[in-house]
Design a protein around this ligand. Sequence first.
Ligand code: NAD
Length: 344
Amino acid sequence: MGKRHEVALIPGDGIGPEVIGAAVRVIEAAGADIEWREGVLGAVALEKFGSPVPQYVLDLIRETKVALKGPVTTPIGTGFTSANVTLRKSLELYASLRPVRNLPSIRSCYAGIDLVVVRENTEGLYSGIEHEVTPGVVESLKIITEKASTRISEFAFRYATENRRQKITVVHKANIMKMSDGLFLECARRVASKYPDIEYEEMIVDSTCMQLVMNPYRFDVLLMENLYGDILSELCSGLVGGVAVVPGANLGDEMAVFEAVHGSAPDRAGTGTANPLGVILSSVLMLRHLGENKAADRIDKAIASVLTEGRTLTPDLGGTATTDEMADAIAGAAAAVETADKRG
Ligand code: NAD
């Protein structure tokens, strides 16, 4: 008999294959019935298939509708366009969702943080439209459309309603970028008027950064365009212990790609010191998306028990465990919860 779900698996590069391998072991130990179909992106794909985002990977995700992805390195200054940006644009994965919460025993500046960053994923300055006007002068275009701004605003308000969130803060710089951020705000206001039960506020991006550091508890859902979302979601991860412990999802109407907030961490690749939690937590989001709530609950419980016990943690969390050792501890705990579930 075939497996219950087919999921595209993109290990990525740098620490990607290590943390993705760890997540797959945990998902299988939790009893989720998944057939993995592997694809490659980035430099490896460029060398093998002549493109950092080969057509077969786009077709694969269009077919499976769901993917679990590791980080992919983007060359700085020169070289190919980010495979991540191309993938999100090509598959219309217009909403980036990053829930930011404290986890047991992970040291951080704050406790009790529970906020969500919703980022527009397909345009803004990440449209990648740049050119040299004349030697010494370059132009980078920020594209904001009514369609994409309305679509992401509707996503955020729907998400807030379905997840019993109270407030949405729209982050902008419309005092300076009056037309582009002005249009984003206009669309958000129009959508907000249809959701009177959700508190709505607007805040300038620089002030938001200060407020997030001074009093993060005043925020619930943060909604913003692409670049602010990229920067602020990393700032938010810093409130709860850093990029290695925050999950993420790139969502469209048809497809979903789940990946951690962190990058390929070339400084850690091959050292066995990468923290697998970001990808494992992203897998939990994926399992809930697939309706595999029991497996997701088992992994949540397993993570809580391994963190609370505090014996098998990677170096960034103050321990000495390797990526594999931490993953095995979580997988073991998830399998134990599954066995207990089966015994009833
Ligand atoms: P990074 O997130 O890779 O690393 C930042 C810091 O966090 C480093 O010190 C790294 O060691 C640490 N870190 C990251 N993940 C960790 C983990 N799981 N466990 C322990 N420590 C971890 O960010 P960067 O250095 O700015 O980017 C490296 C590359 O990744 C770049 O090419 C960038 O374009 C790419 N990137 C890819 C994605 C993606 O594929 N979605 C996201 C962000 C960055």
